[in-house]
Design a protein around this ligand. Structure first.
Ligand SMILES: NC(=O)c1ccc[n+]([C@@H]2O[C@H](COP(=O)([O-])OP(=O)(O)OC[C@H]3O[C@@H](n4cnc5c(N)ncnc54)[C@H](O)[C@@H]3O)[C@@H](O)[C@H]2O)c1
Length: 330
């Protein structure tokens, strides 16, 4: 359980705070009385949107972690939620220099500033299951070999490791959460750049067929509110021996195939909607990880976290949320 009193008056910086997961976190934090600054470069290809922070009551600073003067933003913060990243797998393949500049080099820069400006602050870093690569077996725990399938996996792994060094060497309370596919309000749905599920949601709401590539791949999706509670609980317990300096996989609902997921989305839309299956595109196949399901027992045991929203409910909540705001997100 999240402890709302813990957050009252806390100074919090959320990098990538106008993006999908960062903005959901900002809403929750501000709602509990935290003083929140969101730092975001508003990268057009990702999930950033000023709409995401409407009504949140947080300060949005537009700036790029690669070159913005961040000292004053970091000064005196109690908690840093580090969500900013280059997240596109194909984007990382096309421009690996830009990818590593954000996901690793800028992380080292931010670490240096945080050492001076907020040496005792808690850090919860948003990491990814991507760098496990094609799983050897399911479910995947934290001891699974790291075998990045693409440049983005390499840069995200490097960025995470630099943050973990801050715990190992300087004893900063750092926790890294390796996320699976996340979905819910404030996801980019205009196209498939953030996730396939974004464009599926759009098409269903527009009464247009969507495409399922392959279909047998398993995914264990996490609803946005459950991701938010995982980050909050990780921060609250970041200094405990069970959590400090740890990496944790975060899973969600029990794994389903993409074909089953497509059926569930249509069911959540009152049975309205249709899809076509097609072969997984040849240009993406070499970096595809196939099926994935997280073993997230370590995080559950360390913090008591458990997802509260099952897939059927989460899909319905997502559709309800976007139905009222579709034009704003296209
Ligand atoms: N959404 C998922 O399913 C998922 C899965 C695994 C890992 N993650 C991780 O979670 C984090 C948040 O992802 P998200 O889904 O909310 O993506 P997102 O694209 O919605 O959010 C990332 C935000 O970071 C900002 N950003 C990018 N580069 C920046 C820079 N140089 N300086 C400042 N801001 C910058 C973007 O403008 C965007 O608003 C990322 O670190 C991502 O790797 C997400």
């Amino acid at each position: 359980m999240v402890t709302p009193e813990y957050w009252q008056g806390k100074r919090v910086l959320v990098t990538g705070g106008a993006g999908f997961l960062g903005s959901n976190l900002c809403h929750a934090l501000a709602g509990m009385g935290a003083r929140v600054t969101a730092l975001d470069a508003m990268v057009p290809d990702g999930g950033a949107s000023t709409r995401n922070l409407e009504g949140a009551g947080v300060l949005l600073v537009r700036g790029d972690i690669r070159d913005t003067e961040v000292h004053s933003l970091c000064e005196g913060v109690d908690v840093l939620f580090n969500m900013a990243a280059q997240t596109s797998h194909m984007g990382g393949q096309k421009d690996p220099v830009a990818d590593i500049a954000i996901n690793a080099v800028a992380q080292v820069r931010l670490i240096g500033v945080m050492r001076e400006a907020a040496p005792k602050a808690i850090v919860v870093h948003a990491s990814t299951r991507q760098f496990y690569g094609r799983p050897r077996s399911l479910p995947v725990d934290e001891l699974h070999p790291v075998n990045p399938p693409d440049a983005n996996g390499v840069s995200k792994w490097a960025g995470e490791q630099y943050w973990l060094l801050e715990n190992r060497v300087l004893h900063r309370p750092v926790v890294s959460l390796r996320l699976t596919n996340c979905y819910g309000p404030r996801l980019r749905i205009r196209d498939a750049r953030q996730t396939f599920l974004g464009i599926w949601i759009r098409r269903v709401l527009e009464n247009e067929p969507f495409e399922v590539w392959g279909g047998a791949q398993l995914r264990d999706l996490t609803y946005a509110d459950d991701v938010t509670s995982a980050f909050l609980m990780a921060a609250e317990q970041a200094a405990s021996p069970a959590a400090a300096g740890q990496v944790f996989n975060i899973g969600g609902s029990p794994p389903v195939s993409l074909l089953d997921l497509a059926g569930k989305l249509i069911a959540a839309n009152g049975g309205k909607g249709s899809f076509e299956t097609r072969e997984f595109p040849a240009d993406r196949a070499p970096i595809d990880i196939g099926s994935y399901a997280a073993d997230d027992r370590a995080f559950r045991n360390a913090t008591g976290w458990a997802p509260a929203i099952d897939l059927d409910k989460g899909l319905k909540l997502s559709l309800d949320w976007y139905r009222q705001r579709l034009a704003d997100y296209l």
